[in-house]
Design a protein around this ligand. Structure first.
Ligand SMILES: [Zn+2]
Length: 61
């Protein structure tokens, strides 16, 4: 999904990563006691993160 976006918007992936680094610094303390998504490992308060939950609902995983 990100790679497809990158084709139309060169540089956006880099910007996204930079943004994520900033965010991860800020939320590090709050996310450490969250469960990880059991599909992709993303920090999540549930067994599945929001993305995987959505994918599961539309039966992609
Ligand atoms: Zn996930």
């Amino acid at each position: 999904m990100i790679n497809g976006y990158e084709v139309n918007h060169p540089g956006s992936k880099y910007a996204l990563m930079r943004g994520f680094e900033k965010i991860s610094d800020t939320v590090k303390v709050e996310t450490c006691d969250l469960l990880g998504c059991e599909v992709c490992g993303a920090p999540s308060g549930d067994r599945l993160c929001k993305s995987c939950n959505l994918l599961k609902q539309i039966k992609l995983i």
